[in-house]
Design a protein around this ligand. Structure first.
Ligand SMILES: C[S@@+](CC[C@H](N)C(=O)[O-])C[C@H]1O[C@@H](n2cnc3c(N)ncnc32)[C@H](O)[C@@H]1O
Length: 206
């Protein structure tokens, strides 16, 4: 945790209970060490999608599809939400959750490298969510500006990286720091950062 644990607990207690599908996913993720955004960030992502009326969303790094479901529900049944993950097992599990959550018809599943999937999907997006392996963040930042409409959002999870950004030692820590610095300096985005859970940055495409 990067914030005061009491504050974290207080914020968590305010969150409404999730439905059975999201609750099952949270339990599965905890039991199987699958790093998902969790309900506080899930709700924040959904709010961002609602605020910007996003209907075309691409998610880079989706695992079992937990954040994908938050986006799909927020964007509505006419939306197009792209799931991408390198693991076929994750994708199959996600597909079953999408069916149970009644959002399967608005989700396109891509299995393989997330940036390759983005490159092979034409058109621009209202929102791109970045949650791939952290050493891949700089490459994501190079790829996404041309794919987000003006006024659209580039949202990235784990930008405070368990506070390792304060004293970067590993290559992964340094990649997150380089990403943050470049994103905040970029003339293509107006960027802010929110310290919920592990940090989420939000860049508005200018
Ligand atoms: C942090 S988890 C995603 C969690 C998900 N966004 C959620 O909150 O429900 C990251 C996932 O991205 C996948 N991944 C990491 N780098 C990737 C890449 N370059 N291309 C495709 N998948 C990638 C990992 O296998 C992992 O399943």
């Amino acid at each position: 945790m990067i914030t005061n644990p009491d504050i974290e607990r207080y914020m968590s207690d305010l969150l409404p209970a999730r439905d059975q599908v999201l609750a099952d996913m949270e339990t599965y993720a905890t039991g199987n060490n699958i790093p998902i955004v969790g309900p506080a960030v899930g709700r924040f992502l959904a709010a961002l999608a609602m605020m910007t009326k996003a209907t075309r969303i691409f998610e880079l790094g989706s695992a079992i599809g937990y954040s994908t479901i938050w986006f799909a529900r927020a964007a509505g049944p006419q939306a197009e939400v792209h799931y991408s993950d390198g693991s076929p097992e994750n994708a199959e599990r996600a597909r079953r959750y999408f069916e149970r959550a009644n959002v399967a018809s608005s989700i396109r599943i891509h299995v393989g490298d997330a940036l390759t999937a983005l490159a092979s999907t034409p058109g621009s997006f209202d929102l791109i969510f970045n949650d791939v392996d952290k050493d891949g963040y700089p490459a994501v930042l190079a790829a996404v500006p041309d794919r987000i409409r003006t006024g659209g959002l580039f949202v990235t999870d784990n930008t405070l990286w368990h506070a390792r950004v304060l004293e970067p030692k590993e290559a992964t820590d340094k990649a997150v720091c380089a990403f943050n610095r470049e994103l905040f300096n970029s003339q293509k985005f107006y960027t802010t950062q929110v310290p919920i859970r592990d940090g989420v940055s939000v860049g508005i495409r200018l």
